[in-house]
Design a protein around this ligand. Structure first.
Ligand code: NAI
Ligand code: AKG
Length: 630
């Protein structure tokens, strides 16, 4: 016989994200000159009550007195609270409706606002236990029903006792009064609910800390709507990812840790063990050694364009999807390149340095207009091609070289050999990607091929240029200047010193890898990358992934989705379908895409299936990873 589970749920900061009386204070004290002091007093009293340092009755009397509210303000409060239901309660509306018989709201708040909120989620009014406000004839709140056990100390356990519930009683709440139910022996389990607030004095007493309702349903095997609690998805965001990215991941319900710096290989190899999603920028090296420990990792988000810092092959072999932001910062890089072309041709770096030393050197010597000069772009991709258009509009003659056939934009001239480009142009700018083969692409020999008195810009990757050779070319005067944003070795954070052989050279602009560091670009990236990762986790969509076969999937409707990632070997697809046929599974839709290394198969099936089919699919030889979504 299965034992029924009764869920006793708290209201303030559990069912809703907020403490209702704090919000009521915002409303009722709106015109009070002492509003801020009074609101703080209400918050402090609430916390003292929640943490058990003030008796509950005392805290309630004091707060109602300070609030000085009336009936119409309660109606306003309800309107606000409707928008403040906790995210995981909103997500699990179906569960609340389907299990309404077994769900009780026991709150030290007031029925006047609790009932309209929870009944909208299918909870029965007769299962709501809370205090009752008393109003005067003018509608002013004059007190509360002091005979209601919930207005007294230890009121929650007493209320539960009186209910004489049968079955196991699980209490969900964020406050000390919720823990008291378990402490008094009338509940089987106390889940400290930390989605909105984590009170250590309460969490430390819990049977289980639940960052969301999904977590509670998952451990009780009652998760019908979501296959996996989002709060169990640990996200590690490094390198100062823009706060919007952090917020989006948190809003989705993930457990997010943020570190402002990059981590060393050793540090990351240790940290990665519990991480499901890693977010990095250009500094963090996601190496084979790191990935050997990354057994929970399902996705890496590069909050930038370049992905040369990630061992993409090993990620594929481990079924880890990698996403980047291929367009979000391109305009920022292009604008910096344009600025640098002008600054180099006017010797601005040196002139500015002299001015800071109090030296006035007004002279046109060595300064030229960019108009009519020849710009050579190496790497005519998203950045190179965009630069081509802007530069041409500023009067430069544009030439480009790319290893791939690329359409010439505007009047740009395609050059077939790198050598020819180097000895044709007045300024060379690098916009190749960071693939290994591009190491020392611009070496001593190629620097010599550049025209005497020309300029070099590197906004691509540090290893693309031979730095000692560039130093020699600049100090000998063969090159008239350089602007370098990227270096073979870069500090992990703003506290580490920067060292380079280029420091102190004439007409040499050095910038700390900020080509893409504008507010616009960082915000765009921070919206784009989490969006891709969240979509991958929720639907299996790999569109825009850097290393996975790209599939754009339809939304999952009334089906369960099986995601099978495997080595691209013959016969695996046949085996998947054979197993599904043997188990008489009704396939609603199926999608397959492969690349040289892996196969990605999505099968949407009817909800009726046994766990055995899952086991069989997982045990197909060549399986890298299996995920189920619903
Ligand atoms: N400094 C910074 O803050 C930033 C730097 N970047 C760097 O810029 C690079 C380029 O970005 P996108 O234009 O968006 O990439 P992209 O992939 O659109 O373009 C790269 C182009 O370089 C070409 N290429 C590669 N190797 C080459 C070679 N040896 N010779 C000639 N062409 C070659 C490719 O065929 C491709 O057309 C990124 O990979 C990244 O490393 C990107 C953003 C910001
Ligand atoms: O801003 C960053 O950290 C990296 C920018 C960059 O190099 C890229 O987008 O590839």
């Amino acid at each position: 016989m299965t034992v029924t589970k009764k869920f006793v749920i708290d209201f303030d900061s559990t069912f809703t994200q907020v403490e209702a009386l704090d919000i009521l204070g915002e409303i009722s004290l709106n015109d009070d000159p002492e509003k801020e002091r009074k609101l703080q007093a209400i918050k402090d009293i609430t916390d003292q009550g929640m943490e058990g340092t003030l008796t509950f009755r005392e805290s309630l009397v004091k707060r109602v007195e300070i609030l000085n509210a009336n009936k119409s303000q309660i109606a306003e409060l309800v309107t606000v609270l409707k928008e403040k239901v906790s995210n995981s309660f909103q997500r699990n509306k179906e569960f609340l409706r389907e299990n309404a018989e077994d769900i009780y709201i026991i709150s030290n708040g007031f029925k006047d606002f609790v009932v309209p909120i929870v009944t909208a989620y299918g909870i029965k009014e007769e299962n709501v236990f809370a205090n009752e406000l008393k109003y005067g004839e003018d509608g002013k709140i004059i007190g509360f029903n002091e005979n209601n056990p919930l207005s007294k100390n230890n009121g929650k356990p007493e209320t539960i006792k009186n209910l004489k519930l049968e079955g196991d009683i699980y209490v969900i709440g964020d406050g000390y009064t919720d823990y008291e139910i378990k402490a008094s022996g009338v509940a089987n389990k106390f889940y400290a609910f930390t989605e909105n607030i984590n009170r250590p004095t309460v969490s430390s007493k819990a049977d289980h800390i639940a960052p969301s309702l999904d977590e509670i349903l998952y451990i009780n095997k009652m998760n019908k709507k979501f296959s996996y609690p989002k709060s169990r998805i640990n996200v590690l965001l490094l390198e100062n990812v823009h706060p919007i990215g952090v917020e989006l991941m948190r809003e989705e319900g993930y457990n997010v840790e943020v570190i402002s710096s990059a981590l060393s290989e050793e540090e990351l190899a240790e940290k990665i063990k519990t991480v499901s999603v890693l977010g990095i920028r250009s500094k963090t090296q996601v190496t084979k050694k790191v990935l050997e420990n990354a057994n929970r990792l399902i996705a890496v988000g590069a909050f930038c364009i370049g992905t040369n810092q990630i061992d993409l092959d090993t990620c594929q072999e481990k079924g880890i999807a990698v996403f980047n932001a291929p367009f979000s910062n391109t305009r920022s890089v292009v604008e910096l390149a344009i600025g640098e072309i002008i600054f180099l041709m006017r010797n601005i770096a040196d002139k500015s340095k002299l001015m800071h030393q109090g030296k006035w050197n007004k002279s046109a010597s060595g300064s030229v207009e960019i108009r009519g000069k020849k710009l050579g772009i190496i790497g005519y991709g998203n950045i190179g091609a965009q630069l081509s258009v802007l530069a041409e509009n500023m009067g430069l003659d544009v030439y480009y070289y790319d290893v791939l056939e690329k359409l010439a934009l505007g009047n740009a001239t395609k050059i077939d050999s790198l050598e020819e480009l180097l000895n044709t142009c007045d300024v060379i700018t690098l916009h190749v990607d960071g693939r290994k083969e591009n190491k020392l692409l611009i070496d001593k020999k190629r620097l010599k091929m550049m025209k005497k008195g020309s300029y070099l810009i590197n906004l691509s990757r540090g290893h693309v240029v031979d730095v000692p050779a560039l130093r020699d070319a600049l100090s000998s005067g063969h090159l008239a200047g350089a602007a370098i944003d990227v270096f073979p070795s870069e500090p992990k954070n703003n506290d580490e010193p920067f060292e380079s052989e280029l420091i102190g050279l004439p007409n040499t602009i050095l910038t700390p890898h900020i080509g893409g560091s504008t507010l616009e670009a960082q915000e765009n990236i921070a919206r784009f990358v989490p969006g891709k990762i969240i979509e991958y986790i929720n639907t299996g969509n790999t569109y825009n992934s850097v290393n996975f076969p790209n599939i754009q999937l339809p939304f999952l409707q009334d089906a369960h989705r099986l995601i099978h990632i495997h080595m691209n070997e013959p016969g695996i697809m046949a085996k998947i379908n054979q197993i599904l046929a043997e188990h008489k599974i009704n396939i609603v839709g199926q999608y397959l895409k492969t690349n040289e290394k892996i196969g990605y198969v999505i099968t949407d099936i009817d909800k009726a299936y046994s766990n055995k089919v899952i086991e069989d699919l997982k045990s197909i030889e060549g399986t890298i990873r299996f995920r189920m979504l619903y």
